[in-house]
Design a protein around this ligand. Structure first.
Ligand SMILES: C[S@@+](CC[C@H](N)C(=O)[O-])C[C@H]1O[C@@H](n2cnc3c(N)ncnc32)[C@H](O)[C@@H]1O
Ligand code: SF4
Ligand code: SF4
Length: 386
């Protein structure tokens, strides 16, 4: 390991207050092995995923334009994670280091959300525990609970700088209410002298918010948040179509980067668009087959290991029915890893997924554009591949 990479790791531990990981050598050992395996992409994995996403609920109080759940997809049942089931699921990941309590839904709608965080902090004291939230529900009580439950990080999704845009993107929400919630959360954190959770704001670049990234950066500086994230929307073939040009993204991103530097705004996640979107021969590769940010749905289902929620079409198994080890190196995972290694898309959803960006800038008529809605229906009529 190089000095640079060691320094980076040390800085991360410091940022996340996670030095107690040094008391858990097995967790570190798993992480080192995982990184090595991820680079080699074997068909069978020995290490467990260090990054884990567990969906608290797939219910939501908003209906954002870019969100898969807003499409009213079928089959797509709504539900919450049962606390006892959560315990059973989490116990299968004793080496998880980065736990995000999210999937497609609003985690703060879960009645036992703060108890679940506190439980996770107890079982995984070394872990970075984070959430993404739309922030609309962070009242005074939830703001205080957020300071004491054991969260490392809160990412609040905004995706707009102006109230009208916000209304169009984050349908059902109100920007002035959200801004008040953010101000109060930061005030309470300061009053309580809490080091954690770190508070970040999230901006997903969609068609509707073009031109608002720079004012968003300025607002983030004004609020005094710890960081921001800027990401481009995942198009997949979920029915969302990119209407912007590469130049429009690049110009806006350049201006935002400049403003961040001027204002000293820290950005954790910034889109790397040039290689991602311009190389038509880009190799087919997705780290989800090797469990990067391994995603578990609210009911224990593992569907492609990413956010795709179709058990009926893309199931690897259910953690409440089959132990993780059996799923992780089961026939389906092995098949998909093998195909991916050969540069072949293992599943229909993956073929169109913007993880590969084959058609992010291609007009739908020029591509084999088929919405994932149709795919889900088609595939649910086929026998499940065993
Ligand atoms: C799915 S939401 C769940 C948590 C919470 N409800 C929220 O909005 O933050 C998590 C994050 O994914 C983002 N997201 C939703 N659809 C997306 C897409 N198509 N591409 C990229 N990010 C997306 C949201 O904007 C949000 O920042
Ligand atoms: S708030 Fe989050 S989960 Fe709800 S619709 Fe918006 S992006 Fe999706
Ligand atoms: S290619 Fe896309 S749909 Fe397929 S597993 Fe990866 S992220 Fe999920």
């Amino acid at each position: 390991m190089s000095i640079g990479s060691l320094t980076g790791k040390f800085k991360k531990l410091q940022e996340n207050g996670a030095f107690n990981i040094l008391l858990h050598p097995k967790v570190i050992k798993n992480r080192l092995l995982y990184d090595k395996e991820l680079a080699a992409r074997p068909t069978v994995m020995t290490a467990q995923p260090p990054g884990l996403g567990i969906e608290m609920t797939n219910r939501c109080n908003l209906a954002c334009v870019q969100c898969l759940r807003s499409l009213g997809l079928k089959p797509y049942k709504l539900g919450d994670m049962d606390f006892e089931n959560y315990k059973k699921i989490l116990a299968q990941f004793p080496y998880a280091m980065n736990i995000v309590l999210n999937g497609f839904g609003e985690p703060m709608m879960h009645r036992q959300f703060f108890e679940i965080v506190a439980y996770t902090r107890k079982t995984h004291p070394w872990a970075k525990i984070g959430i993404y939230t739309n922030g609309m529900l962070i009242d005074e009580e939830k703001a205080r609970a957020s300071m004491t439950c054991g969260l490392t990080e809160i990412n609040i999704s905004i995706d707009a700088a102006h109230p009208d845009t916000y209304r169009r993107v984050r349908r059902g929400g109100k920007l002035d209410v959200l801004h008040d919630n953010i101000r109060r959360l930061i005030k309470i954190k300061r009053q309580m002298g809490a080091k954690f959770p770190k508070i970040g704001l999230n901006f997903v670049m969609v068609n509707e918010n073009e031109g608002e990234l720079v004012p968003f950066v300025e607002q983030a500086a004004e609020f005094g948040v710890d960081f921001i994230n800027c990401i481009t929307f995942a198009a997949y073939d979920w029915g969302f179509k990119n209407k912007r040009t590469p130049e429009s993204y690049l110009t806006e991103l350049d201006a935002a980067r400049k403003r961040m530097e001027e204002l000293g705004v820290v950005c954790h996640s910034f889109p790397e668009v040039s290689t991602r979107w311009t190389d038509p021969n880009r190799a087919f590769s997705c780290n989800f087959y090797w469990g990067e940010n391994f995603q578990v749905n609210y009911n224990g289902d593992i569907t492609l290991g990413c956010c795709t929620p179709f058990k009926e079409t893309y199931s690897y198994g259910n953690l409440l029915e089959t132990p993780f080890g059996e799923i992780w190196n089961g026939e389906k995972y092995r098949r998909n890893r093998e195909l991916s290694r050969q540069n072949i898309s293992p599943e229909a959803a993956c073929t169109s997924c913007d993880e590969f960006c084959k058609n992010f800038f291609v007009k739908p008529a020029e591509s084999n554009f088929i919405s994932i809605n149709e795919l889900a229906v088609q595939r649910s009529k086929q026998p499940v591949v065993k």
